[in-house]
Design a protein around this ligand. Structure first.
Ligand code: HEM
Ligand code: SF4
Ligand code: SF4
Length: 520
């Protein structure tokens, strides 16, 4: 399992790095798969409402009404139908890549199991909605799917062969069948919205809208596709004929050829095994990384400022009523089951101040597996090992490029679970105590933090747009940020070398300005 995941991770990392160059990190579609899923959903919903206005739900009228929408409404009906089709296909494509990517990034275990697990019903529902949509056209393809699906359902002993018998007989097709299909095709997507809401319960402020440029490009792509290759029906269904050749939509209907070749039992086995595997995946080995301890609150140091709750990307902190009698209204309360141990809350806490005495460096919230006090000790140890005229302390994260690789005597690297764990006061501390000439903050590619918000919160804190802010006095020219994909070692090394050059330039400029100081 670990090997498969590693190969997938590398494949995604290369793809992401390539797409970063084409689309820029802000518009990289791989970083907005969930939001793209929502965009496709809204396109399907809007075009679906339009089609439903003109669709005739009677069994004998359905085909004709779809033909009329496609060919008699000049372009608009055909385009609406095609948009409906292609946005539905886009949803499946996005969903599959989204699922694969969350797996590859190891974002499906530990506290994240809930979001992963709730993806499973989404998968079934999107397929159910799409397949029932194909039935509604009532062409040869619909007939093939109807017969194959009912036979597939009839294979279950509990159904006892009643579905096909009830709905399909050689002379006619029951009107109830259509009512059922229409109901399913409308009800399932509506219910899907509710399940998507559940899916995002453990994600703080989920990104459900893609950036405008990406949304515009996606809509344009769908529109061009709809004009160039409009969705059309196959010949009308005829229960006296057995459909011999039907063109399949490979996004929604890949299971049907499998039913023909391997039989209904095999496809049931595959569907159930696949679903079971997805359901239990979060609890399969290796579990090491999934077991990091949740953040803990130290009430003696918590003043109830709410910053940790505002910054936690996984809705793992609630502000509760004060329980220790101190004169504050509220206190932070961690929900351990939700916490992924990213440490972003520690970076947000105003009490995580390295300038405090060692005995006092216990912040309001901390990670038991990596207390912030230990980071200050590491900084001092690392500083002792630094030598040169442009020394750099790199704070890297566990998920971007492995920042430890380029370390030499001039560069020290300290690792954090997420760069968002670093309180800005630590940057101030390193520079004001002359522990290094410069500080680099390195992490995942901009726009795609492994822990959702670590990179953006860090950027905002440095830019003094979000609490806790980097103090004004800290020389910005001695700070560099490198947000890169794990495979972008060359970017990382080049940027560090360029930063070292800049630091040397600064030293020369200072010497030239204050020759007296240099002589000292
Ligand atoms: C139409 C289908 C789906 C949509 C629209 C959707 C949407 C989303 C969105 C908007 C997010 C939050 C992104 C963010 O702001 O960071 C998300 C997260 C996630 N999704 Fe989905 N999702 C879908 C299907 C699935 C499926 C099928 C799975 C897996 C079985 C899945 C697994 C996950 C996981 C594990 C996360 C959490 C990632 C993290 O911890 O940062 N999703 N999804
Ligand atoms: S470590 Fe903090 S920020 Fe990260 S999930 Fe846990 S409580 Fe939230
Ligand atoms: S950021 Fe720190 S002080 Fe503020 S509520 Fe959270 S734990 Fe308490």
């Amino acid at each position: 399992m670990s090997y498969v995941k590693r190969v997938l991770r590398m494949a995604f990392a290369w793809l992401e790095a390539g797409l970063d160059r084409i689309f820029t990190p802000a518009c990289n579609p791989l970083y907005h798969l969930g939001a793209l899923g929502f965009l496709y959903y809204w396109v399907v919903a809007a075009t679906g409402i339009y089609l439903f206005i003109f669709f005739d739900t009677g069994i004998t009228e359905a085909y004709g009404s779809i033909e009329a929408i496609t060919y008699e409404q000049w372009y608009i009906g055909g385009v609406m139908r095609s948009l409906h089709r292609y946005a539905s296909d886009g949803m499946i494509a996005m969903l599959m890549v989204h699922m694969l990517r969350e797996f590859a990034l190891d974002r499906y275990r530990g506290a994240r199991w809930f979001t992963w697990f709730t993806g499973l019903p989404i998968l079934w529902m999107v397929y159910a909605a799409g397949i029932s949509g194909y039935w509604m056209v009532w062409d040869m393809l619909a007939q093939y799917i109807a017969i194959a699906t009912t036979e597939w359902l009839d294979w279950l002993p509990i159904v006892g062969g009643t579905i096909a018998r009830n709905f399909l007989n050689p002379e006619r097709l029951d009107d109830r069948f259509f009512t059922l299909m229409v109901f399913m095709h409308i009800f399932v997507p509506l219910f899907l919205l509710f399940v998507l809401w559940i899916h995002l319960q453990r994600v703080t402020k989920p990104t459900i809208n893609p950036p405008r440029l990406l949304a515009g490009g996606t809509l344009l792509m769908l529109l061009v596709l709809s004009v160039v290759k409009p969705a059309e029906s196959q010949p009308p269904a005829n229960l006296d004929l057995v459909p011999s050749q039907v063109g399949l939509d490979w996004f929604y209907l890949p299971a049907y050829p499998l039913m023909d070749v391997f039989g209904n039992g095999a496809v049931w086995g595959l569907a159930l095994f696949g679903s079971l595997l997805i359901a239990v995946l979060p609890w399969l080995p290796p579990l090491r990384r999934a077991r990091q301890k949740a953040a803990v609150v130290d009430l003696a140091n918590c003043n109830g400022c709410t910053r940790c709750a505002a910054d936690c990307p996984y809705a793992a902190i609630e502000m509760g009523r004060r329980t220790d009698g101190r004169p504050f209204d509220r206190q932070a309360v961690v929900l351990p089951d939700h916490c992924v141990a990213c440490g972003i809350c520690v970076g947000a806490c105003p009490t995580a101040m390295p300038f405090r005495r060692a005995s006092e460096l216990i912040p309001g919230i901390d990670l038991p597996d990596m207390p912030i006090r230990g980071l200050r000790e590491q900084i001092h140890e690392a500083a002792e090992g630094l030598a040169g005229d442009a020394t750099i302390m790199v704070f890297g994260c566990d998920h971007g490029y492995d920042a430890a690789k380029p370390a030499g005597p001039e560069v020290a690297v300290l690792r954090l679970p997420c760069i968002g764990m670093l309180p800005p006061a630590f940057v101030d501390y390193v520079l004001s105590r002359n522990l290094a000439h410069g500080v680099v903050l390195a992490g995942c590619s901009d726009g795609e933090c492994h822990n959702r918000n670590g990179v953006s919160w860090t950027n905002d804190r440095l830019a003094r747009a979000r609490d806790p802010m980097l103090r004004q006095r800290v020389p910005r020219e001695r700070i560099e940020t490198i947000w890169s994909a794990p495979v972008e070692g060359w970017t990382h090394r080049r940027r560090i070398a360029a930063f070292a050059e800049r630091l040397r330039g600064l030293a020369e400029a200072e010497t030239a300005e204050r020759p007296g100081k240099a002589a000292e």
